[in-house]
Design a binder for this molecule. Sequence first.
Ligand code: MSP
Length: 511
Amino acid sequence: MSNRTYLTTPIYYASGEPHLGHAYTTILADAFARFARQAGDRVLFLTGTDEHGQKIQEEANRRGVEPIELCDEMAERFRDAWDLLDIGYDRFIRTTEAEHIAIVQSFVQRLYDRGYVYAGEYSGWYSVSQERYFTEKEIGPDRVDPIAGKPVEWVEEENWFFRMSAFQEALIAHIEANPDWIRPEVRKNEILGFLQQPLGDLSISRPKRRLRWGVELPFAPEHVAYVWVDALINYVTASGAIPAGTRPDDPAWDDVADSWWPADMHLIGKDILTTHAVYWPTLLMGAGLPLPRCILAHGWWVVGDTKMSKSLGNVVDPLQLRETFGGDAVRWYLLREMPTGSDASYTPERFLVRYDELANVFGNLAQRSISMIGKYRDGVVPDGPADGLDAAIDSTLSSVAASLSSYRLHEALATAMDLARTANGYVEEREPWAQAKDAARASDLDETLATLARVLGVLAALFHPVCPERAEELARRLGLDGVPTLDGARNDEPGGRTVHPGEPLFPRVQL
Ligand code: MSP
């Protein structure tokens, strides 16, 4: 990993409340951000809300409020949800911020000045739900958008176009030269497949008479920017590469080295792959800015075997789960259950299976170890050798590092949990309760307890990015001054430290 990591989530539409899907992406990004900080990186972790466009305008009309009122309320909802779920973002961007609006205007003006924008007529099938056009083939005979399954509308209007087609070859070359640029592999192939057809140009404006709620185009004040163009630019705004007020021909555009741009990773769901892997890189090429280093598209959460949707009334509320099980359990479930990149199905049964794993393996190890240190050594970790599990710790750390470098987070977590399992096996094998009965085996017992204290420190560090709250509590109970780094925990000499027993880390839940 580099020593500077800029990670982004999609910015969520301010037309609805945060649900399990939004929470997943954001928690995934948060865990990556925390792993990166743990490795010593400087991190910029960006999230926010997407506040312009037809979808927002229509929802505001439906509620009888001004669009900005709706956005203010929803931005707050998202922030509150992220606080409750312990998301440590560094910047929350709103596309209605003056700074962002100025940068969008400068960006599109620059595309215009560089000769990549022209006026034309557009007609096609538009999905308000996805805020994009779909082809006849994509919408099928029922004329519904293929992602949300909602009806599309026929739109004919004069638009400004971005010459996206001019960058088709360059984009294909970039993908081929950088095989890890779009992850996972299936998503890369999906985009390469898409690029086998001639790439059309992109309509980047909407006439104000149809849509007022957007960023005015400086070269065509009767139009606002297409919401996806506005939204994607948020990643540049937040990077600080182009300060607000920078003119479209300013040399700042050619030298972004002192900023966070380019992003190291755009985390997205597979539903918005085309906008991120085709529209966005070509827009950046048009503006002459470097491309993000990686796009990681994850899969889709379904409920049982049905799509999660408001109209079906099966939307899972992560905050309600948190009320019952705690935020760390929600985070664990989402990240452990979904193979990073694939789809997964939410069921209450699977949630309980994952919760039990936290409680019975990790929680139980912590509980029994700390209570034995209390009972047999008056709450002070003995000075014996603490290396009884070092081989297991070392192989865990190297396999976690390998999983993380290929962004297989669920696998890293499974490995961490296996270390707790191994440590429980070590307890069974060493039988500290028997060692405690035999004065001649006092030094064996010292070794057992010191080894457990060391491995718990390592587990606190490993679980910290996913279960920050409980990991901090575990560190406190171990008498540590905060959660250690992985290296610190691996080489820790816990002897002499006073532990603080408490209630189980993951208590039994009454349903
Ligand atoms: N506003 C656009 C993104 C603009 S980014 C420049 C948008 N917003 S959204 O509110 O619809 O959020 C979409 C994202 O939420 C998906 O890409 C995904 O990350 C997450 N999810 C929403 N529903 C989901 C599931 N059911 N399952 C997994 N993640 C999903 O698109």
